[in-house]
Ligand binder design. Structure first.
Ligand code: APR
Length: 230
């Protein structure tokens, strides 16, 4: 019998208990910094050094972090389902927790790219980028992160996955950034829909809200979904 398909739509809250900052919680990154200065093409033009330092620090922290019980439970779903993780996160904790199909809508800290449209990527792992580090095409290397106002190249692929899903689990996102947030609306009417978060503003239509920490709520829901697949 064909396996059902699950799409996970995750945000910073799924990595919070691995020690990585979210963006909009009280101690979030965009409460400590202005995203315009550090996550926009204008900020890059004005002060590339500040942008490089911001991402160099986050790359090192993300490299040290460990996947948590929520990442591992999401990976465990692959025992009985076809699972695609569509994440807004730029850490690699879903992969390191065992997930094998991960779409990074907003890029990845472990990679750099040139500033030309060619978008040739370079694997950095946890190494920093310095001013003067050039891509093969001779342009300054920049974080391979999608900044505010930039295109999200993988959004169409992600929407296609959501359209085909039998179950959708949204985890740890405020659904406040588009086009990522629009994905919740592509779910088929018949799909099982759940949302795990500490809080939610504007629960999407048809989604069951499971209030609580990802490391508690996700393993419990995964256990239930694995039972249902047996
Ligand atoms: N367990 C479950 N949910 C949590 C936890 C936790 N331990 N900690 C925080 N959350 C929830 C918060 O309640 C909030 O709803 O996770 C969400 C985090 O929201 P944001 O900080 O806005 O992060 P996210 O939704 O991923 O941001 C989206 O904004 O700045 C851009 O590109 C950046 O990808 C990012 C995008």
């Amino acid at each position: 019998m064909k396996k059902q398909t699950i799409v996970i739509l995750s945000g910073a809250g799924v990595s919070a208990e691995s020690g990585l900052s979210t963006y909009r919680d009280s101690n979030g990154l965009w409460k400590q910094h202005a995203w315009q200065d550090l996550a926009s093409p204008e900020g890059w033009r004005k002060n590339p050094q500040a942008v490089l330092e911001f991402y160099n620090e986050r790359r090192a922290l993300a490299w040290q972090a460990q996947p948590n019980a929520a990442h591992r439970a999401i990976a465990a779903l692959e025992q009985a389902y076809d699972v695609v993780v569509v994440t807004q996160n730029v850490d690699a904790l879903h992969e390191r927790g065992g997930s094998t199909q991960v779409i990074h809508l907003h890029g990845e800290l472990a990679y750099a790219r040139g500033t030309s449209p060619a978008r040739r990527r370079r694997l950095l792992e946890d190494r920093p980028i310095a001013l003067g580090d050039l891509c093969e095409d001779g342009t300054q290397l920049r974080p391979d992160i999608v900044w505010f106002g930039e295109d999200v190249p993988l959004i169409a692929d992600a929407a296609e996955e959501v359209r085909r899903a039998d179950r959708i689990l949204v985890v740890g996102t405020s659904l406040s950034v588009y086009p990522a947030a629009s994905l919740v609306g592509y779910a088929p009417r018949h799909a099982v829909k759940a949302l795990v978060s500490l809080e939610v503003e504007g629960l999407p239509h048809g989604y069951r809200f499971l209030r609580g920490k990802a490391t508690e709520m996700v393993p419990a829901l995964v256990e239930q979904w694995l039972q249902e697949a047996r």
